[in-house]
Design a protein around this ligand. Structure first.
Ligand SMILES: O=C(O)c1cc(=O)[nH]c(=O)n1[C@@H]1O[C@H](COP(=O)(O)O)[C@@H](O)[C@H]1O
Length: 236
């Protein structure tokens, strides 16, 4: 796989102007950009279309989570903007995921659906607080197997769950992995993290990276270094 197709840069910005100013600083080093709730709620579909017009592949990260009928409608609405990937929460359950998959299957050019398993910010204490006594790993595998059986194309998980997922019935799912930090870097609000190279060696398909690139003094150089780390890991 082309290393350029393995790095998704998260455009966590409040406006189109700030997002586009950052995109200009990337200077053509990346192919994939993620539009999440902050940017999408401010700028909507034209933001995604503008990035598509500039030649980027777009990951639309809306983390849909509602009753099946409502999520199916949201998939139809979101599906028209040209995003290649769209997220929904696995915790919505099999009926919600199946309704989303069915709605996507009827679109002319459907986004691939990715089910978010356990957010990479959550540790054991956060999980216990929402009633989950299992380890993150165990819960991610349970959600991942359920989501794939319900018809989604891929999963979002932390680097720590890649190997367990690869030996589960969800092993063929596209694994999209945030929680990427250089060795020794600040975790910010992330909890379950690894380096880009390790995540690729564990078996990730794509990595989602925000602040290590958006906050770098030279974002293009930071992105290029990560793509190089990915290239080295996949040929090792
Ligand atoms: O769905 C996601 O992309 C996502 C899922 C998850 O469990 N954890 C997670 O961090 N993300 C996203 O990945 C990006 C990570 O950003 P940084 O922590 O700045 O690298 C953010 O845009 C998050 O919204």
């Amino acid at each position: 796989m082309d290393p350029l197709d393995r790095l998704i840069v998260a455009l966590d910005y409040p406006s189109r102007a700030e997002a586009m100013a950052f995109v200009d600083r990337l200077d053509g080093t990346v192919r994939w950009l993620k539009v999440g709730l902050e940017l999408y709620l401010a700028e909507g579909r034209p933001m995604v279309e503008a990035l598509r017009e500039r030649g980027f592949e777009v990951f639309l990260d809306l983390k849909l989570h509602d009753i099946p009928n409502t999520v199916a409608g949201a998939v139809r609405s979101a599906g028209a903007c040209g995003a290649a990937l769209l997220t929904l929460h696995a915790a919505g359950g099999p009926a919600m995921l199946a309704a989303a998959a069915e709605a996507a299957s009827k679109l002319a050019s459907p986004p691939r659906l990715l089910a978010v398993t356990v957010l990479t910010s959550m540790d054991a204490a956060q999980l216990r607080a929402i009633g989950i006594e299992a380890e993150a790993r165990e819960h991610v595998v349970r959600l991942g197997e359920m989501a794939v059986a319900a018809g989604v194309n891929g999963l979002v998980c932390s680097p720590e769950e890649i190997i367990p997922l690869r030996s589960s019935s969800a092993q063929d799912a596209r694994l999209v992995v945030p929680g990427i930090r250089p060795a020794g870097a600040v975790k910010d609000d992330q909890s379950r993290i690894a380096t880009a190279g390790d995540a690729i060696r564990y078996g990730a398909d794509m990595l989602v990276v925000g602040r290590p690139i958006t906050r770098a003094s030279d974002p293009a150089a930071a992105a290029a270094a990560l793509i190089e780390e990915v290239r080295a890991a996949q040929t090792a």
